[in-house]
Design a protein around this ligand. Structure first.
Ligand code: NAD
Length: 483
């Protein structure tokens, strides 16, 4: 153990001291430190699951599966609604812990918790009824949807609760049981939620294990887990896919992005500037589907950038717990170093022009000013890689064809957007963009009843909506002759 603030020995955080296995809190011996990104110092310990803990969780989930799978959708919907209500009702109580471990402003932490409950209800309201494919002189053919068994859900740190709870709702509503692993950077609020909801579900239906990357790798290789729902980086997604191949697990991969936005010359520039600033800097730019590259038509470049810079330079940056902040620190040390390196490299390029920001803030914590940089091209890592932070490159284009070609010249394909007052033109451009979602005159809306996922290396499969949730089910065809 190490010192916290030079005074106390590190301890487990209140309500976040145990895994949830088979409906019971289980505290392991080992613990790892959780850092407050606003100070860069450890503030709590987190229990670290062992292989034996994983085996116990898998056994509990397998034992609970037949009973849970046999329930009706209505039954499961009611229990998920109870779970969602309890999380939403605890938003005020849990938000300080989420802010402490994540860094995001308190109001945004509260919002994440409340919205998670809302999305869980939306997901468990989807109509997943079996279908009759045909019933005619050739016989009757039905499509019936079965649960898969035990799902392993592996979550990242950028929206620790929302992204995890989407997986919980989708897996449980479809009749699967679940083992959820939060990111080691942000495990505590998830464990606290486990404590909070433990009595609502039959034991073993929802299990939560905190641990490091090894725990994730054990899950992807475990013979007792039937599907992995993974959200995280492209690099880890590839490891998950390779490891899951050994047991032919079903997988859904929600991975990184380098979303381009195209501001056409007929765009409403006020709307576009506000939307680009919001999408690019909310959550400190740490959103898979954040705008990470801006392409603006040359004739409106200066007018648009003036408006964008006005919005971005007005953002307030500071500790999430301080109140009134728009942006907190970068969530963790390695990500902070990565964003600083992208920034330093970009600043050193001939022609680079900082339009606002550009500074790493002095003092403790992982703070970087919201930054907009012009004068770069696609050879610069800040432009062609996923920066996942508050540093936005802006480029200009002479023709739409050129803009589309440059936007598509990427191994990523998560989201993209087009700003234009001409609906026909915007739809034509959208149709040429190789991205799982293309927004017109907005960017980054997350709705649980709409399928979401990436093309190319941004993912494999979809989550959300009926099309996404079907990935938590196995299709069975039942066929019989007439009469
Ligand atoms: P990450 O890949 O480092 O970690 C994600 C999770 O995987 C963590 O829980 C981690 O412990 C676990 N993990 C690490 N190694 C593993 C392994 N070998 N096997 C199994 N699990 C392993 O990602 P991150 O840094 O936590 O998250 C940021 C990334 O997530 C960004 O690239 C972002 O774009 C992406 N993301 C995508 C979406 C989406 O919906 N497409 C949403 C949010 C974040």
């Amino acid at each position: 153990m190490s010192e916290v603030d030079g005074l106390n020995r590190l301890q487990f955080a209140d309500g976040a001291d145990a895994h949830l296995i088979g409906g019971r809190p289980v505290t392991g011996n080992a613990g790892f430190e959780v850092i407050d990104p606003a100070t860069g110092r450890a503030f709590a310990l987190c229990p670290d699951a062992s292989r034996a803990d994983l085996d116990a969780a898998v056994a509990a989930a397998r034992a609970a599966f037949p009973g849970w799978a046999a329930r009706t959708y209505e039954d499961r919907r009611a229990l998920i609604a109870a779970l969602a209500d309890r999380i939403s009702a605890a938003a005020d109580d849990l938000a300080p812990l989420l802010t402490r471990e994540h860094g995001k402003p308190l109001a945004q932490a509260r919002m994440e918790l409340a919205v998670s409950g809302h999305h869980m209800k939306q997901l468990s309201a989807l109509d997943l009824a079996d279908e009759v494919l045909r019933d005619d002189e050739r016989g009757k053919v039905e499509l019936r949807w079965h649960p898969l068994g035990v799902v392993g859900a592996i979550a990242p740190w950028n929206f620790p609760i929302a992204l995890a709870m989407h997986k919980v709702a989708q897996a449980l509503y479809t009749g699967n049981t679940l083992i959820l692993k939060p990111s080691p950077y942000t495990p505590l609020t998830t464990l606290a939620i486990g404590r909070l909801v433990a009595d609502l579900l039959p034991p073993g239906v929802l299990n939560i294990l905190a641990g490091g990357n090894d725990l994730g790798a054990w899950m992807t290789a475990h013979e007792g887990i039937d599907k992995i729902s993974f959200t995280g980086s492209v690099a880890t997604g590839k490891k998950v896919m390779a490891s899951a191949a050994a047991t032919l697990k079903r997988i859904t991969l929600e991975l990184g992005g380098n979303d381009a936005t195209l501001v056409l010359e007929d765009a409403d520039l006020d709307l576009a500037a506000a939307g680009v600033a919001r999408s690019g800097f909310y959550n400190c730019g740490q959103i898979c589907m954040a705008i990470k590259r801006v392409y603006v038509a040359e004739p409106v470049r200066d007018a648009f950038l003036g408006k964008l810079v006005e919005k971005v330079s007005a953002l307030k940056v500071g500790p999430g717990s301080a109140g009134g902040m728009d942006m907190g620190p970068i969530q963790n040390g390695p990500q902070y170093e990565k964003v600083k390196a992208y920034l330093a490299d970009a600043l050193a390029r001939p022609g680079a022009q900082v339009l606002t920001g550009g500074q790493v803030l002095p003092g403790e914590g992982y703070f970087i000013e919201p930054t907009v940089i012009a004068g770069l091209d696609e050879t610069v890592p800040l432009v062609c890689e996923e920066q996942f932070g508050p540093v936005m490159p802006v480029l200009s284009f002479a023709s739409e064809d050129e803009a589309v070609q440059r936007a598509n010249d990427s191994r990523f394909g998560l989201g993209a957007s087009v700003w234009s007052t001409d609906e026909t033109r915007a739809r034509a451009v959208a149709g040429q963009l190789m991205a799982g979602t293309v927004w017109i005159n907005r960017h980054g809306l997350n709705e649980s009843d709409v399928p979401f996922g990436g093309m190319k290396e941004s993912g494999y499969g979809r989550e959300h909506g009926v099309l996404g949730i079907r990935a938590y089910q196995e299709l069975q065809v039942v066929s019989r002759p007439v009469g």
